[in-house]
Design a protein around this ligand. Structure first.
Ligand code: 7RM
Length: 649
């Protein structure tokens, strides 16, 4: 029996636009195929070639030391991430180029050139040193989306301190758990930040999180909102005071390629959060290669990735990747609908953004808010669009292509994970034809496959487990302090193979279609259905903007499909409408996928990075209450109203 059954029908495909074939780093399908062959024939030679683009204080002795499941890349080499992101550009024409263009939610703006950013990073690094922070120490970051978040990350990297960013929306408890696990010596925070038109506090949460802490000696506080905060004498330092009088230069430490760059906690569905560890040389090699190849980043580009630095996307594609390749990266502090639902498009037009990278959850929100918002803006500076974070249903892809890309911009649907460090499966915009809903093909050097439980590749259009069979430079090295959990979580399902939970199929062209998490697969009468395809069928109805599908126990069929559905503007929910949607799913992908029950809702429970939390919906549909961990939940009200709806019948 197959791992997951696929019911998907075919969709149109879009060839790379001529300008991209002519002008991008990987030009044409043949060039892509050749790179793949080259990488497959000599993976170490291929990755060494990519690593050579970075600055190394000392070249490596050995490209890869692989003692499964533990990898070391560019062994013996010494480099520094901040040096690569900053110093290297100062002797070039990029010295006075904008590195970061920042916009606060209230509308304040700042621009840092590479020279200015270098100065601020040096000064803050010297401030950290004054507090006795250096190589090997862990430093927590709990910041709003302000340039100082990037400055703090780069300052840590510069002196060899390992940072761990905790998303500013997390609670004091979540922060405490992560800082204790990392044994952080300091926390960098702010009084607060702006979100939805209001200041939100951060320092107060840090104070609460530190009750009983034995490792945190210093707290550095940036003034952002100027709301009052308590400062503990001896422990707490004002950012500005800390850097007052320090030297303008701080040398970048030559660090081993395997020096820990950052720990980023991801919460599994159960148990304590996992501290995903990324190191230096390999991570930056992949982050920068993917910026050049996937985003086609050029010196003329203004690039905007909307992710928060609290997520891996903010690490690899707001800060480290774009700066390593000398790009201009846009940072925005707030929500997409403040002061109105046109904010993102307003930013795109005013800053003449050329490359825009966001998540399906945002795209679906824009669909819900209506076409009039993007239609009010020119959006004519855009040349490339990207998406990440969840499967994007063809409907949303086509909307993005039409309403934002004006049918001119290729879309790169990038599949990767916190654990992979950088993009793994994605079209290269000048080389690989796109199909709406498919992440298309693995990048050269990435040995991705779809396999069964025994590790054998499954046939075309058969669902299976998405795995990576060879180590790659951006891969996580371990889970912080827990090698055994690292091994059992990622490397124990299939021998010497990385598997981190996604189901997928490949079509006859070898294209990858992510089918959702295998934990979310629903088994209806022995048919194992992935969530993505059923949700996509629902969303292909003109009235539906978002859907989440889960299984609840059923005496007859084992599990029955329950669909939670959000309608677009102007559509009324009701029992008849539920019938219509069921009929629609039957027509689109077949009767087996017809939901047994449809629930209408204004909002779905999501993580703060926008992923639908099906686990919570499962709990609601089965037991009507939610007892599981909700630390990562974005909107408690959405969940409460769903639970209530169930109680009301
Ligand atoms: C970058 C990021 C990882 C999980 C991953 C998938 C899902 C991410 C896509 C996707 C389909 C995509 N890191 N996912 N990108 N699913 N198509 N293009 O999101 O660690 O937070 O999440 O996200 O399930 O395993 S993450």
């Amino acid at each position: 029996m197959s791992e997951i059954e696929s019911l998907q029908k075919d969709v149109p495909s879009f060839d790379p636009p001529e300008e991209f074939v002519a002008g991008s780093a990987v030009s044409g399908r043949a060039a892509y195929d050749e790179l793949c062959q080259r990488a497959a024939a000599d993976p170490e030679g291929f990755w060494a070639w990519q690593a050579e683009r970075l600055h190394w204080f000392r070249k490596w002795d050995k490209v890869l030391k692989w003692t499964p499941p533990f990898a070391q890349w560019f062994v013996g080499g010494q480099t520094n991430v901040a040096y690569n992101c900053l110093d290297r550009h100062l002797t070039t024409s990029r010295k006075d180029k904008a590195a970061i263009i920042w916009e606060g939610e209230p509308g304040d703006q700042r621009v840092y050139t590479y020279a200015m950013l270098h100065l601020e990073v040096c000064r803050f690094a010297n401030g950290l040193k004054k507090l006795g922070i250096g190589r090997g120490d862990r430093v927590g970051l709990y910041m709003p989306m302000v340039p100082e978040a990037a400055i703090a990350m780069l300052a840590c990297a510069r002196i060899g301190a390992t940072h761990s960013v905790v998303f500013g929306g997390f609670s004091a408890d979540a922060l405490r758990e992560r800082m204790n696990d990392a044994k952080a010596k300091a926390i960098i925070t702010a009084d607060g930040g702006y979100r939805k038109g209001k200041p939100f506090p951060l320092k107060a949460q840090v104070d609460a999180s530190l009750e009983g802490s034995t490792t945190v000696e210093s707290v550095i506080v940036l003034r952002r909102t100027n709301e009052a905060v308590d400062m503990v004498a001896g422990r707490d330092h004002d950012w500005d005071d800390l850097v007052a009088g320090v030297s303008d230069y701080c040398p970048a430490e030559p660090l081993d390629s395997e020096h820990p760059l950052f720990i980023l906690y991801t919460s599994g569905s159960t148990g304590k959060p996992k501290g995903v560890l990324h190191t230096t040389g390999g991570y930056l090699t992949q982050a920068s290669m993917t910026c050049r190849w996937v985003f086609d980043l050029k010196d003329t580009d203004t690039y905007w990735c909307t992710a928060d630095v609290g997520w891996v996307t903010g690490h690899s594609y707001v800060v480290f990747g774009p700066l390593a390749v000398g790009a201009t990266t846009v940072m925005y502090e707030g929500v997409p609908n403040y002061p109105d639902a046109g904010r993102f498009w307003d930013i795109v037009d005013r800053h003449r953004v050329t490359i825009f990278y966001t998540a399906p959850t945002a795209i679906r929100a824009f669909m819900k808010w209506g076409d009039e918002w993007p239609a009010k803006h020119k959006l004519d500076s855009l040349r490339l669009l990207g998406t990440v974070g969840e499967p994007i249903n063809p409907e949303a892809w086509l909307w993005y292509h039409r309403m934002i890309g004006h049918e001119r911009c290729p879309i790169v649907d990038t599949w990767w994970q916190t654990e992979t460090g950088g993009i793994m499966i994605s079209p290269l915009p000048g080389a690989v034809a796109t199909k709406p809903g498919s992440a298309t093909l693995p990048l050269p050097g990435i040995d991705a496959a779809v396999v069964d439980r025994d590790g054998n590749e499954v046939g075309a259009d058969e669902g299976g487990l998405l795995v990576i069979r060879k180590p790659w430079p951006g891969m996580l090295r371990t889970l912080w302090g827990d090698d055994e959990r690292y091994r059992s979580t990622y490397w124990s399902d299939i021998e010497n193979t990385y598997f981190a939970g996604d189901g997928a199929r490949r079509d006859a062209d070898g294209y990858f279609w992510i089918m959702g998490r295998v934990d979310d697969v629903v088994n209806v009468s022995g048919h194992r259905l992935g969530t993505a395809e059923v949700e996509s069928a629902l969303v292909s109805h003109p009235a539906v903007v978002e859907a989440a599908v889960i299984g609840r126990p059923d005496d007859l069929t084992g599990q029955a499909l329950v669909a939670f559905v959000t309608l677009g503007p102007g559509f009324e929910s009701g029992p008849e409408f539920g019938q219509e949607l069921c009929a629609h799913v039957t027509k689109e992908i077949g009767a087996i996928a017809k939901p047994a029950e449809i629930r209408f809702t204004d909002a779905l429970p999501k993580t703060r990075s926008g992923k639908i939390m099906r686990r919570l919906l499962r709990e609601i549909a089965t037991s009507r209450t939610v007892k599981g961990d909700t630390t990562t939940l974005e909107d408690q009200a959405a969940l409460d109203s769903l639970a209530k709806q169930y109680d009301d019948g």
